[in-house]
Design a protein around this ligand. Structure first.
Ligand code: FA5
Ligand code: MG
Length: 453
């Protein structure tokens, strides 16, 4: 999780010389041209190829099905304006600065984020569009929008395994109240949400347990510009709305006893902030981050000082899709195989039926990290992942560090990564794997000057 990465997966602390490959001067992405920069560009063609897949707009794809279900449920509660076609290319200002990310925040680093150039990147979350959506609904005063919903693909450099993919889908939502015209009605609105929630429980013979016993206490207090009462009501409205979404998904899955909890967290543009975790397969699974919008963001969105209060959330769709549809490997979501996509229908949560299981083949790549050289670059584990992704794409199931040691005499550091080559759709031949493995080895040498073992 980029925004709270506690353990650095930087694998080379030394400064090493990284080969600057000849980059094209311009990258053409979905018909538009962007200048590149040797220092900053780290997006690869295999990632750019994913930017026009739009799984969230496919009505018969698990991601699209889920998006529609959540959008429909939320719109039955309040009028939200929906935005589902934002380009994934945003500015550093949209993704980080506008939201108050400090300059040193790890989410900004090149090891976590795909940069097109110094100022342009592939969004890492749908929050990058909050300001433009606030401005839009503010201008669109003919409609009485109470908030907005965004769904979109977001990009994060990360490890490779069954639950991590460099692209995920998020749904963002926000609800606003104008003072005092709308805030005077908050209590009534919450009562109405609570009765919707209770009816869902009764009509579907479901139970909802909030397991708050072991939750750490909050570190954030209310914002000065909001009263205690407003803060409490905003929190209740947000939490009840999202609980209704959780219940709707569980209802469609025929789950009767739902266990969830609200944990306290922080985001630079909300205060206070929470995460939702649901109890699934004997563990807590985080599905959403949310909070009360900081006034600073509303001012940047051209609302008048002290005029408006509201909440925002960001929900991850992929993890929920994997659970609800029983999809065992995240790569399947990206499959074009008819045996996969033919299984899903709009409005329904069908359980995925595996069509075949192809065996995996393990290959190790071991290397010495280079000695100290002039440049200030460093190698991060995600750089190794990126090379494997770029060479072998969805033919790789996982990449794991299996061995690491320092030579007692030379003090050189050795790393060994184990790559599992396995396709979701077909058998891969040994000669195909050999050639992929050879390319991975060559790229490691070319880009990072490692010494193969
Ligand atoms: C965010 O992205 C914030 N923008 C959410 C937010 C919006 C907070 C509005 C406040 C107001 P986070 O990085 O925790 O937060 O991601 C949000 C959700 O996306 C997670 O709860 C999770 O469901 C999903 N998600 C994040 N990273 C991954 C990943 N690597 N794989 C699958 N799902 C992920
Ligand atoms: Mg999170």
């Amino acid at each position: 999780m980029p925004y709270i990465k506690l353990i650095s997966r930087r694998i080379c602390q030394y400064s090493i010389l990284k080969t600057k490959e000849a980059l094209p001067k311009l990258l053409t992405i979905n018909g538009k041209e962007y200048p590149t920069s040797n220092k900053d560009t780290n997006v690869t063609q295999s990632i750019l190829n994913l930017t026009n897949r739009n799984l969230h707009l496919n009505p018969n794809h698990p991601i699209g099905i889920l998006r529609t279900i959540i959008e429909t449920k939320l719109n039955s509660l309040s009028p939200y304006k929906t935005f589902n076609n934002f380009s994934p290319i945003v500015t550093k200002w949209q993704n980080f600065d506008s939201l108050g990310f400090p300059p040193t925040h790890p989410g900004r680093s090149k090891s976590d984020t795909y940069y097109i150039n110094d100022t342009t990147l592939l969004r890492t979350h749908t929050s990058a569009h909050e300001i433009e959506c606030f401005q839009d609904i503010n201008d669109d005063s003919g409609h009485n929008w109470r908030g907005f919903l965004i769904s979109a693909d977001v990009y994060r450099r990360d490890e490779i395994d069954k639950t991590h993919y460099p692209v995920l889908y998020q749904m963002e939502g926000s609800h606003l109240w104008t003072r005092p015209r709308e805030t005077s009605n908050m209590e009534a609105e919450i009562k109405s949400l609570q009765s919707t929630l209770n009816e869902m429980l009764i009509n579907n013979k479901m139970t909802l347990t909030r397991c708050q016993d072991e939750v750490e206490p909050p570190t954030e207090t209310r914002q000065d510009y909001m009263t205690e009462q407003e803060t409490k009501l905003c929190e209740m409205h947000l939490k009840t709305t999202l609980e209704i979404v959780v219940l709707e998904l569980c209802r469609l899955k025929n789950m009767k006893d739902v266990k969830m909890r609200w944990t306290n967290t922080t985001f630079p543009w909300t205060q206070p902030s929470w995460e939702i975790e649901i109890w699934w397969d004997n563990q807590w699974l985080e599905i959403c981050g949310c909070g009360i919008i900081k006034q600073d963001l509303l001012l940047k969105s051209d609302f008048e000082k002290d005029s408006t209060i509201g909440w925002a959330f960001g929900l991850g769709l992929d993890r929920i899709a994997m659970l609800l549809f029983g999809i065992p490997d995240i790569r399947l979501l990206w499959s074009n195989d008819k045996r996969f996509i033919g299984q899903f229908v709009e409005g329904q949560i069908n359980t995925f039926k595996p069509y075949s299981k192809y065996p995996g083949t393990l290959r190790d790549v071991a290397f010495w990290l280079p000695d100290i050289l002039q440049d200030n670059e460093e190698i991060h584990e995600n750089d190794v992942m990126e090379i494997v992704r770029d060479v072998a794409g969805d033919l790789v199931e996982s990449v794991k560090l299996t061995d690491e040691f320092i030579h007692p005499k030379t003090h050189k550091r050795s790393l060994c990564y184990r790559i599992n080559y396995q396709s979701m759709d077909r058998n891969i031949t040994n000669s195909e794997i050999n050639s992929l493995q050879e390319k991975v080895r060559n790229e490691l040498v070319k880009k990072y000057h490692v010494e193969l073992r």
